[in-house]
Design a binder for this molecule. Structure first.
Ligand code: C2E
Ligand code: CA
Ligand code: CA
Length: 773
């Protein structure tokens, strides 16, 4: 079951790693954009404020300017004379009206008499009847009254409009002068906004000056019209500035309201606001956007590249993780992963009541497939075994290849324990089916060790150890079978470990291992025609140890090679001294599978001088089952050299007579389990009879082993057995003794008396029936 993962965990690790970077970038972009927008807005705001301040100064400046311009004629002795005592309208027209119109573009100039009546009026550069301006004057009454109320004091003459340059181009240093007496204001005249100035005409000399309040007054009017606006635009660089009476709703235009001194609205000056920030943004914006886009594309590409690299790294990590935990050949879990998963399963509290069943599998005869058909075939076979196991257990069960031809399966069930026998039978059947490899067909078997435990009791190392013990037991029990772990197996294993260590020691010395020879009796003549060599081990502490116990240990540990060579050499040493007598030697499958074995046999024969004809090698049926190329090759080599081959323990194994056809043997030895039952009923007799007949039909000699009674010997004789062997005649005896028997003519036939003695010996000391003859 997959553990629940949080959203963050499910995200691609690269995304998680890159997220802060992307967020930082977005924040940076937003900050830059924000700053740009803020600063351009700020710049525009400042510019607007500056322009508004400027227009206020400009408009105020207009007022002082009109005063200055008008003062150029109002503060003049001649003007005073010609407008009062020596009134001269022509002179006024030329020097006041036209002057102010031509030089300063005053739109209207009106001269008021000392009594306040208009005495001269010029509109747009042309003298007009004073009656036409009466209405207009009515609107300016307060302004005129204010001007009349002015009390100009002693004052210096006005500066010429074009002031003389100072010394050496320096500006002239003039004393500060008070402004000319005047009243100015903004007003609406004839429905149009205008600036108005009223200046009393005063002479330059105070002596000429009329009585205050009786001066003629010059009224100057300049409309705030398109011309005035253009002039402002030109001089102060306003864009499309104009005077209007209605406020513009265009947000791009700024508006400055012009109010009269009394607070009356007169006009707006509006212009296209100067937006240096905006202009800058327009100019740099595309560049900025381009830069952002470029940066974005670069970052996108970089992220893509990073993602790909990170994905590649992640894939490599997953692959190496998979490789580290899986077997490359089968794709199954490997030993490391098996150990980890087993530990995990045992520790999982959900499994406390679950049934854990561990199957340890070891292929039988796999090594031969590998050695004879090659590693490629071996690999193919292992792969197919993996597939077959998957087919049996499905994907939910943990199947591991622990190495070589070893597999492990961990089944966890919660309701009831696994039917191990049924499952084992399926495994054995499945693995037992022939393997069709690319170039060959092969057969292997499988031994299974099983251990079962409840989750809460499961200790991984102990489970594996027990499953291994059960597997060992299954193999020792004849392979291609399953064994469920039982406690006594453990003890047995301990014993086997002890035996192995002691046997190793014994093989290095010459005082514990020995050979005895059990006579082979010709059934008809009852003559000793040969003997079978049997290994004996006398241990100083444990006493006599049965070959039935130490031979299997020697086989499973490989010690059989040394032990077998020892027995063969001793047997051949004897055989060399008794030519014409058959000396039989038991050969284990391990020895026969060794391609060097035939050389070893011939070397020993050569060394000892024994005739190959006198040597008989006893093999067991399991060798025939091996389907082993080397074994059969060895057998053929031996037969070709005249060495005889006997098939031992016939009837206990698969007993397939068809094997006999394929393998070259000279003799079969009917197992003593048949012989012992001969007197119990006629079934065994019938079987033995069939075996003997068949063997004879195939021109094979038949030996009956384990003959303990005369009755058995008689029956076997009647059935046509060629040779007899058993305690009835003798157990094993030392080399000197059998040599004596071979030499003595009276031993040609074993006496009845001797037979009886042997019988007594065999029943009294069944475990140690040697030396009875
Ligand atoms: P095996 O080849 O069938 O040897 C005959 C066994 O039957 C011997 O047991 C022998 O003592 C016993 N025997 C002989 N006559 C009688 C009888 O009348 N009644 C009974 N009950 N038993 C009888 P042993 O010596 O204990 O050997 C047991 C097995 O150990 C042998 O069975 C053989 O398979 C193996 N073995 C013994 N020596 C060697 C050896 O040098 N090399 C190999 N590879 N195997 C050996
Ligand atoms: Ca034997
Ligand atoms: Ca036997």
């Amino acid at each position: 079951m997959q553990p629940a993962t949080s959203t963050i965990e499910r995200w691609h690790p690269t995304t998680v790693a890159l997220l802060p970077m992307v967020l930082a970038l977005i924040t940076a972009v937003v900050a830059v954009l924000g700053f740009v927008v803020w600063s351009t807005g700020n710049i525009d705001q400042r510019a607007a404020e500056r322009q508004t301040t400027m227009i206020s100064h400009v408009v105020e400046g207009r007022l002082s300017r009109i005063v200055r311009e008008t003062a150029s004629v109002a503060i003049n002795d001649e003007t005073l004379r010609k407008t009062s005592a020596a009134f001269d309208s022509n002179w006024i027209e030329t020097n006041v009206g036209e002057w102010l119109y031509r030089y300063f573009r005053h739109d209207q100039t009106i001269l008021l008499s000392a009594q306040g009546a208009p005495v001269y009026a010029m509109v747009d550069g042309a003298a007009v009847d004073v009656s036409t301006v009466r209405d207009m004057l009515a609107g300016l009454e307060s302004l005129i009254t204010e001007a009349r109320a002015l009390r100009p004091g002693q004052r210096p003459p006005p500066a010429p409009l074009d002031a003389p340059a100072g010394l050496e181009g320096q500006p002239p240093i003039l004393p500060p002068r008070p402004p000319p007496p005047s009243v100015t204001d903004f007003a609406i005249i004839d429905g149009k906004p205008a600036i108005v100035a009223a200046l009393p005409v005063i002479g330059e000399r105070a002596a000429l000056r009329p009585q205050p309040g009786t001066e003629p007054i010059i009224l100057a009017v300049q409309f705030l019209d398109g011309r005035a606006a253009s002039q402002i635009n030109r001089e102060f660089l306003f864009d499309d500035g104009r005077f209007t009476l209605v406020e513009s709703s265009n947000p791009n235009r700024l508006v400055y309201p012009i109010l009269s001194a009394s607070g009356r609205f007169v006009a707006f000056f509006e212009w296209n606001r100067d937006r240096p920030g905006y202009v800058m943004l327009l100019q740099t914006g595309p560049l900025l956007v381009g830069a952002f886009l470029l940066a974005g594309i670069l970052i996108f590409l970089l992220l893509g590249q990073l993602r790909r690299s990170a994905a590649a790294v992640e894939n490599a990590r997953r692959l190496s993780l998979h490789q580290a935990s899986h077997d490359a050949l089968t794709g199954l879990d490997n030993r490391m992963s098996f150990d980890a998963k087993l530990a995990e399963a045992a520790a999982d509290k959900h499994n406390a009541n679950a049934h854990l069943t561990l199957f340890m599998l070891d292929l039988d005869r796999f090594k031969q497939v590998n050695d004879t058909l090659g590693h490629q075939a071996g690999d193919e076979l292992i792969c197919t075994v993996g597939d077959r196991l998957r087919a049996i257990f499905g994907t939910g069960t943990m199947i591991a290849r622990l190495g070589g031809d070893e597999f492990a399966v961990l089944a966890i069930t919660h309701d009831k324990p696994v039917d191990v026998m049924e499952v084992s039978a399926r495994i054995i059947e499945s693995i037992g089916r022939p393997f069709t490899l690319s170039r060959f067909k092969a057969h292997v078997g499988v031994s299974i060790g099983i251990v079962m435990a409840r989750g809460r009791d499961a200790e991984p190392t102990e489970l594996v150890r027990r499953a291994d013990i059960a597997l060992y037991e299954a193999k020792a029990g004849g392979r291609n079978r399953a064994a469920v772990y039982e406690e006594h197996m453990n003890e047995l294993l301990q014993l086997q470990h002890t035996i192995e260590a002691e046997l190793r020691e014994a093989l290095c010395r010459d005082d514990q291992l020995s050979i005895v020879f059990q006579p082979l009796i010709d059934q008809v003549s009852r003559k000793v025609i040969g003997a079978e060599a049997l290994a004996r081990w006398y241990h100083p502490k444990f006493g006599q140890i049965s070959p039935a116990r130490f031979i299997p240990v020697a086989e499973s540990t490989g010690l059989i090679e040394t032990l077998g060579e020892f027995v063969l050499r001793r047997a051949c040493l004897l055989g060399a001294t008794v030519p014409g007598r058959t000396i039989a030697v038991n050969i284990s499958p391990t020895q026969l599978r060794n391609p060097q074995f035939s050389h070893q046999v011939f070397d020993i024969l050569h060394e000892t001088g024994m005739r190959p004809l006198d040597l008989e090698l006893e093999i067991t049926e399991s060798i025939l089952l091996d389907d082993e190329h080397v074994s059969s090759q060895n057998l053929r080599t031996f037969r070709a050299a005249g060495i005889h081959i006997a098939l031992d323990d016939f009837g206990t194994g698969y007993s397939s007579l068809s094997y006999l056809k394929r393998y070259p043997v000279d003799r079969i030895k009917i197992d003593r389990s048949f012989v012992s039952q001969l007197t119990d009923g006629h079934v065994s007799v019938a079987i033995t009879d069939a075996i003997v007949k068949l063997a004879h039909a195939m021109e094979l000699q038949v030996t009956a082993e384990g003959v303990e009674t005369e009755e058995q010997a008689t029956i076997l004789g009647s059935l046509g057995c060629n040779t007899l062997q058993g305690f009835l005649f003798s157990g094993g005896m030392v080399a000197d003794r059998i040599t004596d028997i071979f030499a003595a003519p009276e031993n040609a036939m074993v006496s009845r008396q001797q037979r009886r003695t042997a019988m007594r010996a065999s029943t009294a000391v069944r475990a140690q029936p040697d030396q009875s003859l």
